[in-house]
Design a binder for this molecule. Structure first.
Ligand code: DGL
Length: 247
């Protein structure tokens, strides 16, 4: 089975890594819209337009299923993609919410949602979490985490200052922290050190859990092959994949 994995840029490689690790597909065709990243600061109609263009492009690769790795696209364009695609399209928000529900049985649990401005403004995580009965929610958009990760600063003083800056008002460890942006799993060690008692929810692991429970996928016997496509600077995407996908 060939999956198309779509992201606004390089960040979706964190989701691709989980899919590859669990051998859910024979082949992944990854498209990062690196010419137009970031999406997280854009208007919903722009995100929808870019997403529909990406869909048309991915259709030419004869994919069987599309995984939207990008939280921002999942928040704003999933419905449009599903309407226009001849194959199934899955986003990462519902899987993230189900991953929370599988781990936190107490509906009074406190949940911190971290995402881009566009993801947080969409209110999608909050809406789905409320539907599941959770109401103790805080949403934050730590925008600087994205460029910090892209600089490869997975630890150290720059990251620590950003963590202190954005999370200073949260005095108690939330029961769960949703890493609602493709980049945030790469700084999960530092976030876990900041909130040692919290369960961190990773979009990649959540979508694997979701696909395994909802779709009858036969695991690939061989290692998943990865084809990398980008709307600009494919070399940077390849370099980042070498770095992030090892181990
Ligand atoms: N991929 C985006 C997300 O997961 C983060 C980067 C961007 O703003 O495009 O929301």
């Amino acid at each position: 089975m060939r999956a198309g994995v779509y992201d606004s840029g390089v960040g979706g490689l964190t989701v691709a890594k989980s899919l590859i690790g669990h051998r859910l597909f024979d082949e992944i065709v990854y498209f990062g819209d690196t010419a137009r990243v970031p999406y997280g600061t854009k208007e919903p109609q722009t995100i929808i337009k870019y997403s529909l263009e990406a869909l048309e492009y991915l259709k030419t690769f004869d994919i069987d299923i599309m995984i939207v790795a990008c939280n921002t696209v999942s928040a704003h364009a999933l419905g449009e993609l599903q309407k226009n695609a001849p194959f199934e399209v899955f986003g990462v928000i519902e899987p993230g919410v189900l991953a929370v529900a599988n781990r936190l049985k107490n509906k009074d649990a406190s949940i911190l949602i971290l995402g881009t401005k566009a993801t947080i403004n969409s209110g999608q995580y909050e809406k789905l979490l409320r539907q599941k009965g959770y109401s103790n929610l805080i949403s934050l958009s730590p925008s600087l985490f994205v460029p910090i990760v892209e600089e490869g600063l997975f630890e150290g003083e720059v990251l620590q200052s950003a963590i202190e800056y954005y999370l200073k008002d949260i005095k108690q460890d939330p029961d769960a922290v949703i890493l609602g942006c493709t980049h945030f799993p790469l700084i999960s060690k530092a976030l876990q050190a900041h909130f040692p008692k919290s369960v961190l929810i990773h979009s990649g692991e959540a979508i694997v859990e979701y696909l395994e429970s909802k779709c009858s996928l036969t695991k690939s016997k061989n290692q998943t092959t990865l084809k990398l496509l980008a709307s600009d600077n494919v070399k940077t995407l390849e370099y980042t994949a070498d770095l992030w996908l090892k181990n």
